[in-house]
Design a binder for this molecule. Sequence first.
Ligand code: SF4
Length: 261
Amino acid sequence: MSAPAAAAIEGTDALRALSLELDAAFATLDPEGRLRLLAERVPGRTVFTTSLGIEDQMLTHLVFRAKLPIEVVTLDTGRLFPETYALWQRTEEQYGRRIKAKYPQADALEALIDDQGINGFYFAPEMRKACCGVRKVEPLGRALAGASGWVTGLRRDQSPNREKLDFVEFDEARGMVKANPLFDWTREEIRVFTAENGVPVNELHDKGFLSIGCAPCTRAIRPGEVERAGRWWWEEETLRECGLHMDASGRSVRARDGKPA
Ligand code: SF4
């Protein structure tokens, strides 16, 4: 085995061990303490990918307020709600910090639209996944390239797909520490925190849009529906993940937990 390959394996093993250690440590910390610990312990770059949802806004607030060395990055698919772009602007103004953006690659996007049209995602799951692939998954790869840590706003109670999340896991597919500092927080706890701390949130939340993604693929939910029921609502429930949160074999969180994918 070459020296660089051996060093890569050694680094991977170290990050895997660190993930276990951080997972145990997170249980006794509040969200800011968890983010501070990540900033201290994860070597190299740590990236927080925000979709500007309410839980992501809480994390952005904590990162910016504490001036933590964690990059805040969003994936601008080009199909976001006007309210989301307005929130992005308001957030930068309030904290005086930039939220970096990753965009789809122009050639790939043009080829996608040539192939399936501007709203082809409504017609077949494969077409929807192709759109998410070009507009989200590929840009995410570039956002995380070279980083050792990835922070997300995933929460256990967002949907049945996410019930078995960990605080911190080792992302085998990407070879990095993946941390979910709000995994044990409820939406109501986050709503109270953001209100009490003046954190800017998307005005669509008050109109029934609890989980907000691209405009054509998000609707308001009805009473009694789970939080993410308004995402890709026309698809069968087990298919409704965008591909950002996959395990090493390319399966969604739901499939990893032994449920149909
Ligand atoms: Fe395309 Fe909809 Fe996926 Fe956005 S959520 S990338 S518009 S399929």
